[in-house]
Design a protein around this ligand. Sequence first.
Ligand SMILES: [Zn+2]
Length: 79
Amino acid sequence: MAECKDIAEEASNLLDGDLSLRKQIGLYLHLFYCSCCRNYMQQLKQTISTISVLRPTEKDDTDKSALAKQLQELSKKQH
Ligand SMILES: [Zn+2]
């Protein structure tokens, strides 16, 4: 049976579906009765979706360098 530490270790793999069915079932069973890990998974999912929204796609190279420039300007001002 999966424990909290298993959830912590395998959470990202579980979200990716990157585990054996047997392992997934074990983890989901744990999530079923452990609200603590459910909250953890919820937060992780939110973080991942936030990152994937914020993360520029390959096309956005120009935006990235513009952003880098802006950051450089900001750090210059601070010094
Ligand atoms: Zn747990």
